[in-house]
Design a protein around this ligand. Structure first.
Ligand code: SF4
Length: 239
């Protein structure tokens, strides 16, 4: 199967099985999403959603967080991973937003990655979710699922190389959604330790499944079994 055909079939499957695909992080404005994404590094969205309500109540906008200290923020976020460094990053990025960006979250990758604690993955999430740009954030789920399905060759050993492949072959307008498709599929179906292949509607075109089960690759009709997720921001389970 040609690579573009594989992408077309994967896209068709997810469009039917997961028409709604959104971030599971809770937020009310772009600044809060940026804070939540920074907090979610090496941590679950579920944990982040547990601690952000009081944080966002007391520090809803950059000006409020810029005016406090990392020691104060630490007390709100102490149950997430790496709370010391994340507290420093959050206060630092809030101060930079106020000082250099008129308290607005920038839309450009080059500007976003200047903010403390913001790397390429976080910047791509902000670009895609807030600004609906064709940016693909590659986290552990996207990386794993892309390899298993066969969307990327095994020679793609870095998140950046996977990102480049996915952006090249998914339709541009669907790239922000494709990011969530792959994350949600990885969280609830194609899980790290024991993928639920028997319940997966992609199995007849999935490289990992075909390699491990020896089934022939059919030419059409891979959309019969939707994944076991509603594809919305209210799921549960591993990050
Ligand atoms: S068939 Fe299995 S390995 Fe392939 S995408 Fe589905 S759950 Fe993942």
């Amino acid at each position: 199967m040609r690579k573009q055909e594989l992408y077309d079939r994967v896209t068709a499957y997810f469009e039917e099985a997961m028409p709604v695909a959104e971030t599971e992080l809770h937020y009310d404005n772009p600044f809060q999403l940026l804070v939540a994404v920074v907090l979610s590094a090496q941590c679950t969205d579920k944990r982040v959603n547990q601690i952000t309500p009081p944080l966002f109540h007391d520090f809803p906008i950059p000006e409020a967080m810029a005016a406090t200290t990392p020691e104060v923020i630490y007390e709100y976020i102490r149950s997430v991973s790496y709370p010391n460094s994340k507290a420093r990053h959050l206060v630092g990025l809030a101060r930079m937003l106020v000082k250099d960006y008129n308290s607005q979250v920038p839309s450009d990758l080059d500007e976003l990655i200047k903010l403390p604690g913001v790397g390429r993955k976080t910047a791509n999430v902000i670009q895609a979710v807030v600004f609906e740009k064709a940016a693909m954030a590659v986290d552990t789920h996207v990386f794993r699922v892309s390899h298993r399905i066969g969307l990327v060759p095994s020679t793609c050993t870095t998140p950046y190389s996977v990102e480049k492949q996915l952006v090249r072959y998914f339709p541009e307008a669907l790239i922000p959604k494709a990011h969530h498709w792959l994350i949600l599929h990885g969280r609830y179906v194609c899980t790290a330790r024991s993928p639920k292949c028997d319940a997966c509607g992609l199995k007849l075109i999935c490289r990992h499944y075909l390699n491990t089960h020896g089934h022939p690759r059919p030419e059409r009709n891979t959309k019969s079994e939707p994944p076991h997720t509603n594809g919305t921001a209210h799921g549960k389970g591993e990050k």
